[in-house]
Design a protein around this ligand. Structure first.
Ligand SMILES: *Cc1c(COP(=O)(O)O)cnc(C)c1O
Length: 359
């Protein structure tokens, strides 16, 4: 049986069907239905009371976020993320200005941000890579000094807490992805998380064509989500602590299975961090080693993912300034199979194969 790099959790069918029966009774399928409202409320409770707008996916969440914060000109961003982080900026007719990453957690290097600020800079869009937090306190300070808005791409950050708060509560807002491959999923889906009620109202309008009934307020787009997706979220949300606990154990199993081999793992020294174990990335000594392991595992029907590759300052349709650390890490990183249902026996087998391939 092929082992994939992620595997979406599916709740017991009867549990999902119970929600479907309600949808059938009401005949209310989308447009801010009761399940969407319930999910937004439960997410808000889960996220320290932050305001939550459920969206169609994590990419439209980024686009609506950039629009709602009125960003224009240059946005300082990270080259080490999924492509949607950069393309959302380009799609909104802004210019991404890449600032290289630090080499422990691979998030944007806050110390290098100020040198990239120009009179055209309006915001910072940074990713909490693999669920490890950006230096949110330093970034907050820089943004305040230069009057910039801060968006966090929190697609990996669901369930993480730092300095006693939900990681998604930092910045002007955070976006999430609830895609089937993510820790918490609604099949397709995403969210914008924020603490300002006026901003939440604006986001709600922007994601829903900019009108309420016959009253037209502003430009908008279709960024909302349906009752069917909300139902999947309502089934999965109560299981998040259980998912994270299972992943913590799998992560420990990988680390002990790979001990003694020269590999780098992302690491935080922040004692306040409550991590979500969203991914299991490994950084090899060279790109050659990475390919040897990737290809060797593939021939054993074990799939891995170059995540993130390429470094986003090297996209063929938008070349940015050099970012040597991001370019280097993206060439050597591989995400190993990682999902809560993965068997410990499979982790042992994968580690053994990696040992043999590198020997
Ligand atoms: C998954 C992901 C996205 C995109 O989210 P979708 O829901 O697939 O649109 C954006 N940024 C990061 C960092 C992601 O991992």
């Amino acid at each position: 049986m092929t082992i994939n790099v992620t595997k979406a959790y599916l709740p017991p069918l009867a549990e999902y069907s119970a929600y479907l029966e309600g949808i059938w009774e009401r005949g209310w399928l989308t447009n801010n239905g009761p399940l969407v409202q319930q999910l937004e409320m439960e997410l808000s409770n889960h996220l320290d009371g932050s305001l939550v707008q459920f969206t169609g996916n994590g990419t439209v969440a980024l686009q609506v976020a950039i629009k709602a914060l009125d960003l224009s000109g240059e946005i300082i961003t990270t080259p080490f993320s999924y492509v949607a982080t950069t393309t959302a900026i380009l799609w909104e007719n802004c210019t991404p200005i890449f600032v290289d990453i630090e080499d422990h957690m691979f998030c944007i290097d806050a110390e290098k941000i100020e040198a990239a600020i120009t009179p055209r800079t309006t915001g910072i869009l940074a990713t909490h890579v693999y669920g490890y937090p950006c230096d949110v306190l330093a970034i907050e300070e820089i943004a305040r000094r230069h009057n910039l808005k801060v968006i966090y791409d929190g697609a990996h950050a669901f369930g993480v807490r730092v300095h006693g708060r939900s990681l998604l509560s930092y910045g002007d807002l955070s976006t999430c992805s609830f895609h089937a491959t993510k820790l918490f999923h609604t099949v397709e889906g995403g969210a914008i998380v924020m603490n300002d009620a006026e901003l939440a109202r604006k986001v709600g309008l922007y994601k829903s064509f900019g009108h309420v009934g016959d009253e037209y307020f502003t430009l908008g787009i279709n960024g909302k989500n349906s009752e069917f997706h909300a139902a999947m979220g309502l089934c999965n949300l109560p299981r998040i602590p259980e998912f994270i606990a299972a992943r913590r154990e799998l992560s420990a199993a990988y680390k002990s299975g790979l001990s003694g081999i020269t590999l780098q793992f992302p690491e935080s020294t922040d004692e306040s961090l409550e991590y979500n174990h969203a991914y299991f990335p490994v950084i090899f000594e060279s790109e050659e080693q990475m390919f040897r392991v990737k290809d060797g595992l593939a021939s054993n029907e074990i799939n891995t993912r170059r995540y993130f590759f390429p470094s986003l300052n090297k996209l063929p349709y938008h070349i940015g300034a050099d970012c040597p650390i991001s370019e280097d890490i993206s060439q050597r990183v591989l995400c190993l199979p990682f999902y809560q249902q993965l068997a410990h026996e499979d982790v042992r087998r994968i580690c053994q194969l990696i040992r043999e391939l590198l020997a």
